[in-house]
Ligand binder design. Structure first.
Ligand SMILES: [Zn+2]
Length: 353
């Protein structure tokens, strides 16, 4: 056994401990979202790197709370914890490079346990108390929403929250109420409700209308408190469907940025319409049959049977009916090819691809 200076390793550890605590240490963590408190401030994790978030919080806290011997260095601080089963304390393994004055340096492993104090973060305590600033009232244009539509909308919202707010969805949306005609989503902050509404406008062409109601006075700040109601109407069309506007048929080619890109099946011209303008144009019509032609029903495949310089003989591959159409698309088509087209009664419009 080699001596460290004049001391045996055991006595050296006792005389010159690797760490001493400046103050007693405990971690304050929110049990719902794993937000951490340092001083009087709360820090929120993003949902995709919780482990890293807790590790760097622990490491920072430990460094603040301990003293090292002169010349010693921290090599690593590794907390052991499970996100799924939070325990009352966090075990931490530290590796410290000890550099005694009169001996070779060596690594010492120190194990400590730090108690966790669970406290609801301000945001989750607001959610728990049921307070909310805004309700997103999501409704289907045809008076209801199918289970698939509900699922799609919720997963779109969930992904948006994770991506844009980098937070767990539960701390943004405090409650979801399913109704026959749609869903009501309760938002802790009206700001995030507005952002989600505009995402729905941009990605599914929802129609948004916002109203707010005075609900009272905040006792502590004497500010007026408003509740925001955002009506979100989900259209029953989607990309690939066909619509009839001003007596022309269009294919919906994309929805994004609050606009809808349309392809005129007859003139082959492209145009884009603001979501709001499209809603105005179709709201005059009572029945969706008057303007909407879903792709499931109206998009067909055709086999090219014969071709002339300016026309094609095609056969609907489902009904085996044959049609003669003008060869209007800029594509080399030969007998035996299959092409897609939109068909209403006996009118067939070939698509570009
Ligand atoms: Zn929390």
């Amino acid at each position: 056994m080699s001596l460290i200076g004049t001391l045996c390793p055991k006595c050296y550890k006792e005389e010159m401990p690797a760490i001493t605590f400046k103050k007693s240490m405990s971690f304050i963590i929110c049990p719902l979202c794993m937000a951490t408190k340092s001083g009087s401030k709360w820090y929120y994790p993003s949902s995709n790197n919780l482990t890293q978030f807790i590790e760097s919080f622990v490491s920072k806290k430990v460094k603040e709370s301990i003293n090292l011997q002169k010349f010693d260095e921290i090599i690593s601080i590794k907390p052991i914890f499970s996100l799924d089963e939070p325990s009352k304390e966090i075990d931490i393994t530290m590796t410290i490079k000890r550099s005694p004055i009169a001996a070779e340096s060596y690594n010492e492993i120190i194990e400590i346990s730090v108690p966790i104090e669970f406290q609801l973060c301000p945001r989750d305590s607001r959610v728990k108390s049921g307070s909310y600033e805004a309700i997103l009232q999501i409704r289907g244009a045809k008076g209801t929403l199918s289970p698939e539509e509900r699922e799609n909308i919720l997963s779109l919202i969930e992904n948006t929250i994770k991506k844009r707010f980098k937070e767990v969805p539960q701390s943004i949306v405090s409650k979801i109420v399913q109704k026959n005609e749609g869903m009501d989503l309760y938002f802790v902050s009206s700001n995030s409700a507005t952002k989600i509404a505009s995402t729905l406008r941009d990605s599914v062409a929802a129609l948004i209308k916002t109203t707010s109601k005075l609900v009272g006075l905040d006792k502590s700040t004497s500010k007026r408190q408003y509740r925001v109601y955002i009506s979100v109407r989900i259209p029953h069309f989607q990309v690939g469907d066909f619509i009839k506007l001003d007596d022309s048929f269009y294919e919906i080619q994309s929805i994004g940025g609050g606009k809808i890109s349309l392809y005129n099946l007859k003139t082959k011209a492209h145009r884009s319409l603001l979501v709001n303008n499209l809603w105005t144009q179709i709201s005059n019509r009572q029945k969706k049959e008057e303007y909407l032609y879903p792709k499931e029903e109206y998009l067909h495949s055709y086999l090219v049977i014969a071709e002339t310089p300016d026309s094609l003989q095609i056969m609907n591959m489902k009904t085996y009916e044959t049609y003669e159409v003008q060869k209007a698309i800029d594509k080399n088509i030969v007998s035996g090819d299959t092409i897609k087209g939109f068909q209403v009664n006996d009118n067939v419009f070939l698509l570009e691809n």
